[in-house]
Write a protein that binds this ligand. Structure first.
Ligand SMILES: NC(=O)c1ccc[n+]([C@@H]2O[C@H](COP(=O)([O-])OP(=O)(O)OC[C@H]3O[C@@H](n4cnc5c(N)ncnc54)[C@H](O)[C@@H]3O)[C@@H](O)[C@H]2O)c1
Length: 101
């Protein structure tokens, strides 16, 4: 059993991957700012090996604290697709030209 830390784990890829890793017996921690809401991860909370931290990967100290002691990191946090990237860079957290990762 490994301790697996997934940034952006509440997104499309993450919500497909997380239950597979839980089924394999791993402990999974998702670190995500829930840009698209968190409904998809609600069923995972029933699993004793699932942990969730709401956070922004740009909050370095919070991220560093959360990742300490983990065995594997899977980095999925991203602004995906040109329209969203354009919108986030104009209106998103941090405003114009703030990089997401
Ligand atoms: N979806 C695909 O078919 C596909 C294919 C190949 C590669 N990828 C790559 O996989 C990764 C994930 O893609 P996806 O489709 O799951 O995207 P997604 O938009 O569904 O999920 C991304 C997640 O990252 C989170 N996030 C974004 N910025 C964050 C930040 N600063 N801090 C914390 N969380 C943050 C969002 O809240 C969201 O839950 C991306 O790098 C994407 O390019 C996706």
């Amino acid at each position: 059993m490994s301790k697996i830390f997934i940034t952006g784990g509440a997104g499309y890829i993450g919500t497909t991957l997380v239950p597979k890793l839980l089924d394999l017996g791993h402990e999974v921690t998702v670190f995500d700012m829930l840009l698209h809401g968190g409904n998809q991860i609600i069923p995972f909370f029933r699993h004793k090996n699932f942990n969730f931290i709401r956070g922004d990967i740009r909050e370095f100290e919070k991220l560093q604290e959360a990742v300490t002691g983990q065995d594997i990191v899977i980095h999925l946090a991203a602004i995906v697709g040109f329209p969203r990237v354009q919108d986030e860079s104009r209106n998103g957290p941090g405003g114009k030209c703030r990089r997401n990762h």
